[in-house]
Design a protein around this ligand. Structure first.
Ligand code: 3PG
Length: 211
């Protein structure tokens, strides 16, 4: 699964309030060429939204974000998500996902947290909150000692269309995530075409770098 995720440089971070929006939202992303989604466990609608996307779009790489409680971790595994993420590194959650052979990407922002992740066998970590923690320069310096170990980072928090190329240009960055691709308000307002256009714009920028 890590290899599959590494093929996707941009991950939409979704906050969904109404599970009825799950399918049209997934469709809007797919229409823009994006077949990965992170639905955050921040709303009451998240479990149903995850289940609906899993059922209607089995080919999509379905992730759950903000997995911070044991109940949320269990819900993710029961739903059959392809991967989970969290803002911080909770060894119990890491172990729970590992026990269920499911990719989990915890958040870090210090050397000690990176080393904790490495000691748990993790190869991909989320750098959160990327912008507020010091931006690209911070990650560059933070990750430098661990370069030879091959650990990769997914920065989220303050990443947007304007700075995504700067982030993705870093060799330690394998993907970026952001809520700007489909904001809570745009989802509530059912602005599916706007979301599709935003996705296309982001993928075009990512493709420029790959060229
Ligand atoms: C996350 O959960 O990864 C972040 O809250 C997303 O941050 P953003 O809203 O700044 O994109």
């Amino acid at each position: 699964m890590l290899n599959e995720l590494l093929k996707r440089p941009v991950i939409p971070v979704i906050v969904i309030e109404d599970a009825n929006d799950a399918e049209p939202l997934a469709e809007a992303l797919l229409k823009g060429g994006m077949d990965v989604i992170e639905v955050t466990c921040r709303t009451a609608a998240a479990p149903e939204a995850l289940a609906r996307i899993k059922k209607s779009f089995p080919g999509m790489l379905l992730g759950a974000g903000t997995v911070v409680t044991p109940d949320q971790a269990k819900m993710c595994i029961d739903t059959g998500v392809s991967f989970g993420l969290a803002p911080g590194l909770n060894p119990d959650t890491v172990k729970f996902f590992q026990d269920h052979s499911t990719l989990f990407i915890p958040g870090v922002m210090t050397p000690s947290e990176i080393e904790k992740g490495l000691s748990l066998g993790l190869k991909m970590l989320k750098f959160f909150p990327a912008g507020a923690a010091g931006g690209v320069n911070m990650l560059k310096n933070l990750a430098a000692p661990y370069g030879p170990l091959g650990v990769k980072f997914c920065p989220t928090g303050g990443v947007n269309l304007d700075n995504m190329q700067e982030w993705l240009s870093q060799p330690v960055v394998s993907a970026i995530g952001g809520s700007w691709l489909a904001t809570k308000q745009q989802i509530a307002d059912k602005q599916w075409d706007v979301i599709t256009d935003q996705v296309k714009a982001a993928l075009a920028k990512a493709a420029e770098l790959a060229d």
